[in-house]
Design a protein around this ligand. Structure first.
Ligand SMILES: [Zn+2]
Length: 429
């Protein structure tokens, strides 16, 4: 596997911290960002790294040396004039392999490069972007993807009020292929991947996949962000993205959102007080925040998958406005009993995912790498509590929504509390 690192950033906004040093040499816990990246790659068996330089090229070359101290070999390309992220990769194309991963030199990250590449190959995409939700989607460029994670369009911010978009952001790590880039070489000289080249590729029918990851990757291009990634590194939050993490599983209706009606119209979906604070606290403490909700309305034909996605986009948007995000949303579209007009017979089944079955939690544990022994379910019904029991995790029953008064199942929570916010506060304490 070959890695390319775009290391030409000038770091104007970091001037107060790093003087004339180029951005990739900004120290995090006593080591340059670039070194963190090189060590992460070398630990995964990467041996070939192409470093794309511009500003501060000599300092970066000198720092890298011949690579022997990490067991890697470097090749360098210095851009003749600032060309933007895509422009500099195109200019260096002769040094690059048929398939390679690109990272930005001003990010702190710890990702499984092999799994990223594997995903790219499986989806047979032309390009694959690492993507994740963030805590400020309203001022981020967002990816609109289809159900299989193929990008339909990149939506630049600002986003219109009342435009309900999925919280999915390009995290600035890509799998790229040389033959595709070669086709742009003559006609695209300078510009960035996210702002120019990817939109152009999409408009020309190329397939860009979004690889949704919960691994750590953050830009460190301002003093505040540099402090944040350093604090995260020292607290072990950078490396933990690749190990098994604890999760808080949230029920939706009556726990995070106000309505308990079976079919919720877009206008009716509102967050309960403290719901965003609950999710945000889980985010900040390094817990994954995962929504698990039964949506038999899909099987009954009362609501389409597309309509449900818009509803969840609204939920993500409302959470995002308060600095909170869900790492993943799981819903069960099934329903076991037939006899509804307009129902979808293929979804009228006894499934393993409809709560109180633990299927969604077990699937999340498998897909997201969750440590169930340290995880919790927060819900407002006995069904949620029984789901937790069935998955072997602890649970908090909240007084909002049903408040446990549904009486459908005999199941005792680990504790009872007022709301999702107080539940998470107690879980974290
Ligand atoms: Zn199901």
């Amino acid at each position: 596997m070959q890695l390319a690192i775009i290391a030409g950033g000038k770091g104007t906004r970091l001037r107060s911290r790093i003087g004339d040093l180029p951005k990739p040499l900004a120290p995090v816990a006593g080591k340059p960002l670039l070194q963190h990246q090189i060590e992460m790659a070398a630990a995964q068996g990467v041996r070939e790294i192409v470093v794309l330089t511009g500003y501060g090229a000599a300092a970066i070359r000198e720092f890298c040396g011949d690579g022997s101290r990490w067991g890697v070999s470097f090749q360098f390309h210095e851009e003749t004039t600032p060309l933007g992220t895509a422009g500099c990769v195109l200019e260096a194309l002769d040094l690059l392999a048929d398939e390679f991963i690109v990272l930005y030199g001003d990010t702190m990250l710890d990702i499984d490069l092999h799994r990223f590449l594997q995903y790219h190959r499986q989806t047979e995409a032309d390009v694959t972007l690492l993507a994740h939700p963030n805590d400020h989607p309203q001022d981020s460029d967002l990816l609109a993807v289809d159900e299989r994670g193929i990008v339909r369009t990149i939506l630049p911010y600002p986003h219109a009020e009342g435009e309900w978009l999925e919280n999915l952001v390009n995290a600035a790590a890509y799998v790229l292929t040389k033959p595709l880039l070669a086709a742009y070489r003559g006609r695209f000289r300078s510009g960035d991947f996210a702002k120019q080249l990817f939109p152009l590729m999409l408009s020309e029918g190329h397939r860009i996949a979004a690889y949704r990851s919960t691994e750590y990757i953050k830009d460190a291009g301002t003093p505040e962000r540099l402090d944040k990634v350093e604090a995260d590194f020292l607290a072990g939050r950078v490396a933990q993205g690749r190990g098994a993490r604890p999760a808080v599983f949230f029920d939706r209706d009556g726990t995070l959102t106000a309505s308990t009606a079976l079919v919720i119209g877009l206008d009716q979906l509102e967050l309960l007080p403290g719901a965003a604070a609950a999710v945000r606290a889980a985010n900040r403490a390094g817990y994954l925040a995962v929504l698990v909700t039964n949506q038999p309305v899909i099987a009954r034909g009362d609501c389409t998958v597309a309509e449900l996605r818009i509803l969840h986009n609204k939920l993500e948007t409302l959470l995002g406005r308060e600095g909170a995000y869900l790492d993943q949303i799981y819903y069960c579209p099934h329903h076991p009993h037939g006899g509804y007009p307009g129902e979808r017979p293929e979804l009228k089944i006894e499934c393993a995912c409809r709560k109180p079955q633990p299927g969604m939690i077990l699937q999340a544990a498998d897909e997201l790498g969750i440590d169930l022994a340290r995880s919790w379910m927060v819900g407002d019904s006995t069904m949620d509590i029984l789901t937790a029991h069935n998955a072997g995790i602890r649970s908090a029953l909240v007084a909002t929504g049903n408040g446990g008064a549904d009486g459908r199942y005999q199941a005792e929570p680990t504790f009872r509390t007022d709301s999702a916010a107080t539940a998470v506060a107690r879980i974290l304490s």
